[in-house]
Design a protein around this ligand. Structure first.
Ligand code: THU
Length: 160
């Protein structure tokens, strides 16, 4: 039997269409690009999470001279939140980027590894994470849950 996977997301003309709280979070993600360490790719990524307590925590990509050792902004942020705020859930995560000498006008979409980590986090805390993706300017994509980023993702529940 043929099946179909589909989901709805919001595509906004610009960040002004976000709620005030989400605008603040996206601003924090943009600002977090300044803390990226990306001397190799020169692709600075920033992410910001709003926790259940309303606290905002940021993360950025941290590269390594041994390239695969580097970590993306999203996973740096998830690891930081899980370590420092183990009893809080992430309500929303905003992701942005600022490549050196190149425009940042399209939404950025997390890599496959980060999608798995986001899914792991949602499953672990049984709480969907709203995802806001944007460049420094331009259109903004808003997803209701990280599960939409990874259809048929591997769920650790099967290991139990
Ligand atoms: N990167 C992120 O931090 N997040 C993404 O969503 C995509 C890629 C980083 C990894 C690497 O440091 C640089 O961007 C270029 O791939």
């Amino acid at each position: 039997m043929q099946q179909k996977f589909e989901f709805e997301y919001d595509l906004l003309e610009n960040a002004n269409e976000l709620s005030t709280a989400d605008q603040e979070l996206l601003e924090a993600a943009k600002k977090a690009t300044n803390t990226a360490y990306a001397p190799y790719s020169k692709f600075n990524v920033g992410a910001a999470a709003r926790l259940s307590s309303n606290t905002i925590i940021i993360g950025s990509n941290q590269e390594s001279a041994s390239f695969p050792v580097g970590i993306c902004a999203e996973r740096a942020l998830l690891n930081s939140v899980a370590s420092q705020f183990p009893h809080e859930t992430i309500h929303t995560m905003a992701i942005s980027y600022e490549p050196v000498g190149k425009p940042s006008v399209e939404p950025i979409s997390p890599c496959g590894m980060c999608r798995q980590s986001l899914l792991d986090y949602e499953n672990r805390f049984q709480s969907p994470i709203k995802i806001i993706m944007a460049g420094m300017s331009g259109k903004v994509m808003v997803l209701k849950s990280a599960t939409h980023l990874l259809p048929f993702g591997f769920d650790g529940a099967i290991l139990k």
